[in-house]
Design a protein around this ligand. Sequence first.
Ligand code: GDP
Length: 302
Amino acid sequence: DKFREGLTKTRDSFSGKVNELVARYRKVDEEFFEELEEILIGADVGVNTVMDLIDELKMEVKRRNISEPSEVQSVISEKLVEIYEAGEDVSPTIQFQENGLTVVLVVGVNGVGKTTSIGKIAKKLKQEGKDVLLAAGDTFRAGAIEQLEVWGERVGVDVIKQSSGSDPAAVMYDAVQAAKARKVDVLLCDTAGRLQNKVNLMKELEKVKKVLEREVPGAPHEVLLVLDATTGQNALSQAKIFSEATNVTGIVLTKLDGTAKGGIVLAIRNEMQIPVKFVGLGEKADDLQEFNAEQYVYGLFA
Ligand code: GDP
């Protein structure tokens, strides 16, 4: 399946190392845990998360009276899933409004795969029978509008746009009116992602949000933050910056196929308390999956 395929690099590196560790040790002792800790940190699981995990593992090993290193492996899988699912609000997909329009604001730094992810999500929602409209809210980056239009054509979804350089809040206003008039189910809103001017970016997001709030009750219903898994701990710091500025409801973690450090999923979940809703596993329209902790952890080992 796609998950397994997308996690090939992480699996090769991570479970390769764990297997090697398990084969080398004759009993589960302090040193064993220290080495395991290093492997997990090396996979970008995040220091705090690793500490939690190791503590849990030690307790479980004691409780079950485990002494064979090979027996620890399945406990690691169990605990990884538990850590992921321990957080509140594990809603695997977009929370749709029961009646009327669901507005999804998509934020993130340039280059992380925001446009691509919007295209992929649009395709997925369409396949689920939803009417989707895109709003070309990144009026700043050269080519952003055209790129979104290419995706729109590819997946058969219309794009509401204005000219490059125009006010994103005005684009959102237009898009919401169009979405209402056409009675679509979901409006996916692209936004600009220039982090080098953080203050302006956040002001712009604020303004865009205000328009959405004013025009649609409860909007934006979801704020999805797109993060690039290959940037490792950088992704975590972006998550911190964006969640300070807006109420991020979910993460789209892209390029999981391109990294051996797929442990970042757990770090984000555990340290930010924001669920990863989708993962990008390639460049094509179908290379997007709803996140599933069990499949993910299975993909790390199996
Ligand atoms: P944006 O600036 O955030 O809108 O980023 P783009 O959507 O233009 O994506 C930047 C690059 O990342 C493009 O070359 C995409 O094809 C690539 N990309 C996006 N998502 C993924 C993914 O999940 N896997 C891989 N391998 N590449 C991706």
